[in-house]
Design a protein around this ligand. Structure first.
Ligand SMILES: C[S@@+](CC[C@H](N)C(=O)[O-])C[C@H]1O[C@@H](n2cnc3c(N)ncnc32)[C@H](O)[C@@H]1O
Length: 242
């Protein structure tokens, strides 16, 4: 998408924000996402959209992508940073094998508990280890313990944007060689490609530099190969190679 001629594209929410038109986004949802969306994910999505912070939800086409990725990679041990009501968490948990595990970190248990009855009804709560609190200290503790190095197949990072580079420094130790870290929102509403003086909403302006820096760091990190996908608000997959 080019932002050269239409700055009005900048202040949009992250739901399908990177596609050229709302109609095209709607077409993808109606043709390829909604027809096979599990009922539990639909229920959780609809519940979440009604909340004041509903816009934080990982959009349905991205949840579908995460599910596909987890299955393609045969993920068994996963981690998620930024759970909210559990939409991406549920998509991942559904895709994991019966004995798969996901460590889910969020500072706010209340939102998670809104989604929890749906997760329980879906029969995947046993795969989830939810821990309330800031993610960085939990990760630091895991690194200190020493037994988690190189153990995770997949990590999805969708919280605490200004710490993404700090997460990366640590998560690269926890993900196994061949495993993947996915950083969400790396195109940040398209703002990363806008001129510095372009008009944009406050939240876009606030984190634009964070993502510009992160994208540069990831692109030259020799320990990973990356692929930045314009799904949702942009997700960068980092496959650990050394
Ligand atoms: C964008 S939402 C996550 C959306 C979620 N992945 C989904 O599928 O709907 C970001 C979440 O990160 C959480 N959060 C913010 N700072 C955090 C931190 N330092 N550690 C862990 N979670 C944090 C917030 O409470 C919020 O629920």
């Amino acid at each position: 998408m080019s932002l050269d001629h239409d700055d009005s594209l900048l202040p949009v929410s992250h739901k399908g924000a990177l596609l050229q038109t709302d109609n095209l986004y709607q077409y993808i949802l109606e043709t390829s996402v909604y027809p096979t969306e599990p009922e539990c994910l639909k229920e959780l999505r609809e519940l979440t959209y009604k909340l004041p912070w509903g816009v934080m939800l990982t959009p349905p086409e991205e949840a579908q992508f995460l599910s596909m990725l987890v299955k393609l990679m045969n993920v068994k041990n996963a981690m998620e940073i930024g759970v909210f009501t559990g939409h991406s968490l549920l998509a991942t948990a559904l895709a994991l094998p019966h004995d798969g595990k996901i460590l889910a970190l969020d500072t706010n248990r209340e939102y998670y508990e809104l989604g929890l009855p749906i997760i329980q009804k879906a029969g995947v709560a046993h795969k989830i280890d939810f821990r309330e609190g800031p993610a960085l200290p939990v990760i630091d503790q895991m690194l200190q313990d020493g037994k988690y190095h190189g153990t995770l197949d997949f990590i999805f990072v969708d919280a605490d944007k200004h710490n993404y580079i700090n997460y990366h420094k640590r998560l690269i130790e926890l993900v196994k060689v061949g495993g993947v870290i996915g950083y969400d929102n790396t195109l940040w509403g398209g703002s990363v490609a806008a001129p510095p003086d372009a008009p944009m909403k406050k939240h876009l302006r606030e984190y634009r530099d964070v993502f510009l820096e992160l994208n540069k760091v990831l692109a030259v990190d020799p320990r990973i190969e990356i692929c930045q996908l314009p799904i949702g608000d942009g997700i960068t997959l980092c496959r650990r190679i050394t």
